[in-house]
Design a binder for this molecule. Structure first.
Ligand code: 1CP
Length: 341
């Protein structure tokens, strides 16, 4: 098996540098669209054979060094009793939005072996299929990010309901966060037991907070997850999108690897994370629109900066966009491998 990804997670410098891309399975791939044409998104997530097939597509088509389970961070919210639908062109909708103790009282903890068994079955299929290939990454949303979806009822620009609860109903906010945290510990623990060889916690919206509010309202819960899972012995990645101002706090999260978006270059990030940090990132996904020569220069710069870290896993600074041509994604992966060999 190609285990460069796991070696790098553990702090070993590898040649070539391992690469995987967030949202590497998804709408930009015609092969994904073909399956998506037959099944809606949630059905794909809940049908282990389909979820496994889509997970494998980028491994076989692009040559990435790790697979990431095909699912969504919002899946456990449904298992907790929230209504979840994905509206075409509108993104996720959660009903009812949780803004009062009454709405909170509908929610409950989960038994992953029952309520999320389809995810665990997908992982078991994948480990068989991937045994000679690459490691499998499991994942979950970080509590703060999941809470924003639960409280706003979907995607938002202002996060006004979330911040309103944080500042005007702190007891309710803490209750929501504690429940999500407990569920996430059980969920990731079950993913690891089913065969996930690394896990990533996605904190897509943590970066909207001030340092103080991130520390008290988001990081304490993420840290509780990393500490609870430490003994499981698999590498844990923490990705806080748009979190450049938070990196010296993120350093103390208990994660083994730190994901970086493109706004903060690796050298600058290491000043906050410490030179002994393992980093993952951080090409702006839109740079995949560059011509080959220009793309090569930008990848070389990131690889060069990655040499300053204890170890580097190449990734994008956020997910692959549906508009990006698959050939460009494949080209980028080839360039990363070639330049770092
Ligand atoms: O219509 C479709 O086909 C669905 C599009 C889609 C896909 C392919 C969604 C809806 N989710 C996913 C898969 C997904 N989501 C993965 C699969 C593994 C892979 O990376 O290949 C992962 C890890 C996620 C994680 C996820 N979902 C995040 C965190 C990462 C990030 O992008 O910041 C978030 C915030 C979501 C929520 C979500 N899922 C889908 C949508 C449209 C949204 C809302 C995004 C928003 O609020 O802006």
């Amino acid at each position: 098996m190609n285990d460069n990804f796991l070696k790098a997670c553990r702090g070993e410098k590898t040649r070539p540098v391992p690469v995987w891309f967030m949202r590497q399975a998804g709408r930009y791939l015609p092969e994904y669209q073909q399956i998506r044409g037959r099944a809606d998104f949630l059905t794909m997530c809940k049908t282990p054979e389909l979820a496994a097939e889509v997970t494998l597509q980028p491994v076989d088509l692009l040559g990435v060094d790790a697979a990431i389970l095909f699912s969504d961070i919002l899946i456990p919210l449904e298992a907790m009793g929230a209504g979840l639908t994905f509206k075409e062109g509108r993104g996720p909708v959660i009903t009812p939005p949780v803004r009062s103790w009454d709405e909170f009282s509908i929610l409950h903890s989960v038994d992953p072996q029952k309520d999320l068994i389809f995810v665990l079955d997908t992982i078991r299929i994948l480990r068989k299929e991937l045994s000679e290939k690459v490691p499998l990454i499991g994942f979950a949303g970080a509590p703060f990010t999941l809470a924003t979806y639960l409280i706003e009822g979907g995607t938002t620009k202002s996060f006004v309901h979330t911040k309103k609860m944080l500042f005007s109903k702190p007891d309710l906010f803490r209750a929501v966060m504690n429940l999500i945290t407990d569920v996430t510990i059980k969920y990731l623990s079950a993913q690891i037991d089913a065969g996930a060889q690394a896990v990533q916690l996605f904190d897509t919206w943590g970066g909207i907070l001030t340092r103080q509010d991130f520390r008290d309202g988001a990081l304490v819960y993420a840290r509780r997850i990393f500490h609870a899972l430490k003994d499981k012995g698999v590498p844990m990645i923490y990705f806080v999108y748009d979190g450049g101002h938070l990196l010296d706090l993120v350093r103390h999260s208990g994660a083994d690897v730190f994901g970086l978006d493109w706004r903060t270059d690796i050298k600058t990030a290491l000043k906050s994370l410490g030179q002994d940090a393992v980093v993952q990132g951080n090409l702006d996904p839109c740079l995949l629109f560059l011509t080959e020569d220009r793309l090569r220069e930008r990848i070389a710069e990131i690889l060069y900066q990655g040499l300053c870290a204890k170890a580097h896993i190449f990734n994008l600074g956020h997910g692959v966009l549906p508009e990006i041509p698959p050939d460009k994604v494949r080209l980028a992966i080839d360039i990363i491998h070639e330049l770092s060999s």
